[in-house]
Design a protein around this ligand. Structure first.
Ligand code: ADP
Length: 326
């Protein structure tokens, strides 16, 4: 690989709060170190459509506090084809772009790895997804903000649940990973948490709720990750209602509000650290890596390893504690 002159940054896959702080860090670090920098709009789609703009310090002024991504994001099937990749490469070459920082999830990483291997172009990836389900980082960008958003919503629902002695089933994002459900459940004092990683039998859930009723709990909140095997919050509520028909049962699906909002201080700082580290990695010749946070250290993991090991494990001790404290 030849010397780098111009770095481009893009966001791809699902958006997540903190991506803007990260874009800002990539742009400012690149400029500070004497590299040109460009922003690619709408991820791989923008690479194919040549939707690319040169960036300067001011392109990223006043964006730190914004949710979403100023570069926009997209899912792009064409990038999975050799013709799409070739078109993307030709556009980068035409613009003198010779290194990439990709912010996204494992789909984005897979595309980046293939592209880098095919065209010998330096790429460093940054984990941006609210699901916190990537190998190689204790935290992904956006997870902390999304969890805070969920907690705020549950606190509000608790007020009405308490006033009416209601049983609420609240569905949160997480098709394959229950990270948001587990953390938000602990932080909001939920009576039970249903996770995709753990099969909770409806009879066990009913036992838990009956114990709550026996000690005269006036409201109960059950957090259900969307990937729970019982059919999400509606599925769980229907099954529980068959036993608890005296309870006033309600279902709330939090949905996309979990994706938005101003990033927390944690995500702003994490995005800044990861963007800064990604540019440093490119300059040091650390290609095809993913930037991650382990403990409080920024670390690089081989992209291939991050993709192969994508089996993310929820912490057993947190699951156990959640049951004890409920
Ligand atoms: P995420 O990055 O959040 O996991 P996706 O799975 O939608 O989101 O992936 C984002 C984009 O990455 C896809 O729309 C596609 O353009 C690209 N991508 C995903 N898988 C591949 C692949 N096998 N080859 C090339 N590009 C891919």
């Amino acid at each position: 690989m030849s010397k780098i002159n111009k770095i481009a940054v893009f966001t791809s896959g699902g958006d997540a709060p903190g991506m803007n702080a990260c874009i800002r860090a990539v742009v400012r670090t690149s400029l500070y170190l004497g590299y040109d920098v460009a922003g690619i709009k709408q991820g791989y789609q923008g690479m194919i459509d040549d939707n690319i703009e040169d960036m300067n310090r001011h392109s990223v002024s006043n964006i730190m506090q914004l949710g979403g991504t100023i570069l926009k994001t997209a899912r792009c099937l064409a990038f999975k084809t050799p013709e799409g990749m070739q078109q993307a490469y030709d556009n980068l070459k035409k613009r003198g772009i010779d290194a990439l920082v990709a912010i996204g999830g494992d789909g984005t990483f897979t595309g980046a790895e293939r592209f880098s291997a095919t065209y010998d172009i330096p790429v460093v990836c940054i984990p941006g997804t609210i699901d916190n389900d990537l190998f190689g980082s204790d935290y992904t960008l956006g997870f902390d903000t999304a969890t805070n958003t969920v907690i705020e919503a549950i606190d509000k629902i608790r007020d009405t649940a308490e006033s009416h002695d209601r049983l609420f089933f609240i569905e949160v994002m997480g098709r394959d990973a229950g990270c948001i459900a587990l953390r938000a459940g602990i932080a909001s004092g939920a009576e039970a948490i249903m996770l995709p990683e753990k099969d909770t039998a409806i009879s066990d859930l009913i036992d838990m709720l009956e114990k709550g009723a026996a000690i005269k709990k006036s409201s109960s909140i059950v957090i259900v990750a969307e990937g729970d095997k019982n059919g999400g919050a509606f599925g769980v509520a229907k099954k529980v209602k068959e036993t608890f028909d005296f309870y006033d049962t309600k279902v709330t699906i939090l949905g996309h509000l979990q994706r938005g909002g101003s990033p927390s201080s944690f995500d702003r700082i994490l995005g800044s650290r990861m963007g800064y580290a990604a540019v440093k990695a490119l300059i040091n010749g650390d290609y095809r890596k993913m930037v991650g946070l382990r403990g409080n250290e920024i670390v690089l993991t081989d992209l291939k390893e991050a993709l192969n090991e994508h089996e993310f494990k929820l912490e057993d001790d947190l699951m156990e504690m959640a049951t004890v404290l409920a």
